[in-house]
Write a protein that binds this ligand. Structure first.
Ligand code: ZN
Length: 440
């Protein structure tokens, strides 16, 4: 069985600065595919890089200031070291404190200079008299704070955003023991592995359902600046085969700009309910209308599922809705009842405590933490008792047909179907290239 895997929080783009070394699992994209992809997805920010970037000379801060006079009108570049301040680099570049003051008083953008960080790059350009002509600070791989002296002698600043080029990469693998390890072997970073699990979370329980020989394929975006990878974008298409059952996902942005994942026929992969509202260790009692009650020692219908989990494990709202009960409720102990639209209700029992500020009438979103596992009321150990009602009738939460959240319809449908078809073809083409390259 696959053990639970823990993942760090999704990385920010900035944290992805370290260039990812592409291994054998990440395939080169064929030029024609790439061109097509770029034509559709290119992000053009219409900003160019400094023209004399190529001529940049790298001078370590230890270099004597006099050396820089020999480099009039050339760029001098410094990589900021821990503990150093801006004045030191101005000095190293052969500039006086007046130049620093001039840059610091440039206006609103000067706040970028208040805090400089190790690893950021500074560039200076001075004329033959040693007067500062231009100054640049790379705030992050995509953003540069740039100062330029004008003909009237004044310095002005602007922020340059480097154009990001999007490419599509393929990753795929068979799961031998752990989904997380297989994801790593497929060159997916932590954030992509987590995203892949989330894409299929409504159909596959990644803590319990994963089997050896399950496999996955992923097409995801990569961001490049000047040919250097600076981070990953979202998954654009994916396939997961779990116990022989195929699941496919296509990312699609709807008319209001909301991106989500759909089956190739346009059904949303999201459902109106999460089937399992808690991360549990085992199911300690199933839905059973003729159960022998472990505490009362008599036959009593068990109208829900018991998920054993440590006290304090967060319990999530199975669907969006509103709180219609929160408090003590007989044998249920601390309980919450949520109403979802006109037909559905869910109940959460034996909680140790409720989420703060939860009260009758509070609106909750699907997945929001509403309480914590406990053993209040008639409970033999810490677990969540979860009930699911449709039109006032209890259903087995593990097997009840969950209503679909949404579906692509109308005029966007044909556009979506063509888009889905293109992505699936691209994914299988990439997979063939991969299999050939690895002689599998
Ligand atoms: Zn129960």
């Amino acid at each position: 069985m696959i053990s639970k895997w823990r993942l760090p929080l999704a990385l920010t783009l900035l944290a992805c600065v370290l260039v990812f070394k592409l291994g054998s699992w990440s395939l080169p994209f064929s030029p024609s595919d790439e061109q097509e992809w770029l034509d559709e997805n290119r992000v053009t920010l219409n900003v160019s890089l400094p023209e004399n970037e190529e001529e940049t000379v790298l001078i370590q801060p230890a270099t004597l200031a006099q050396d820089s006079i020999a480099h009039a009108n050339e760029w001098q570049s410094f990589i900021i070291k821990a503990g150093d301040n801006l004045a030191l680099y101005f000095q190293q570049a052969g500039l006086d404190s007046k130049a620093l003051q001039e840059v610091l008083s440039i206006g609103r953008d000067a706040h970028y200079l208040k805090r400089i960080y190790p690893g950021q790059t500074l560039r200076f350009q001075a004329n033959s008299t040693g007067q500062l002509q231009a100054f640049q600070l790379d705030i992050d791989p995509l953003t540069t704070f740039a100062v330029q002296r004008q003909d009237n002698g004044k310095l002005i600043s602007h922020i340059e955003e480097k154009p990001i080029e999007k490419r599509v990469a393929f990753g795929g693998g068979k799961i031998l023991d752990s989904f997380f390890v297989a994801g790593k072997n497929a060159n997916l970073d932590d954030a992509l592995i987590m995203e892949l699990a989330q894409v299929f979370a409504y159909d596959i329980d990644f803590a319990l359902d994963i089997q050896p020989n399950d496999y996955f394929k992923v097409l995801f975006e990569e961001y490049y600046v000047n040919g250097v990878k600076v981070g990953n974008g979202p998954i654009v298409a994916a396939e997961f085969v779990n116990s022989g059952k195929h699941y496919q996902a296509i990312r699609y942005t709807d008319s209001v700009g909301q991106a989500s994942y759909y089956s190739p026929t346009g059904r949303s992969l999201k459902k109106a309910f999460i089937r399992t509202p808690v991360q549990y260790t085992r199911i300690s009692s199933h839905f059973n209308l003729h159960r022998h009650h472990p505490v009362l020692h008599k036959i009593r219908a068990h109208r829900g599922v018991d998920y054993a989990a440590p006290t304090g494990t967060p319990v999530k709202a199975a669907g969006s809705g509103k709180v219609v009960f929160v408090g003590k409720k007989g044998g249920y102990g601390n309980a919450i009842i949520l109403q979802h639209g006109a037909r559905y209700k869910t109940l959460y029992g034996h909680l140790s405590r409720f989420a703060k500020s939860l009260k009758n009438g509070t609106a909750v979103r699907q997945g929001q933490i509403i309480g914590y596992v406990g053993s209040t009321g008639l409970a033999s150990g810490p677990h969540l008792h979860f009930e699911f009602q449709v039109d006032g009738v209890h259903h087995n939460p593990l097997t009840v047909a969950l209503p679909q959240a949404e579906e692509i319809s109308g005029r966007t449908k044909s556009h979506f179907l063509a888009h889905a078809n293109d992505l699936l073809q691209l994914m299988s083409k990439q997979e063939r290239v991969f299999l050939a390259a690895n002689e599998i």
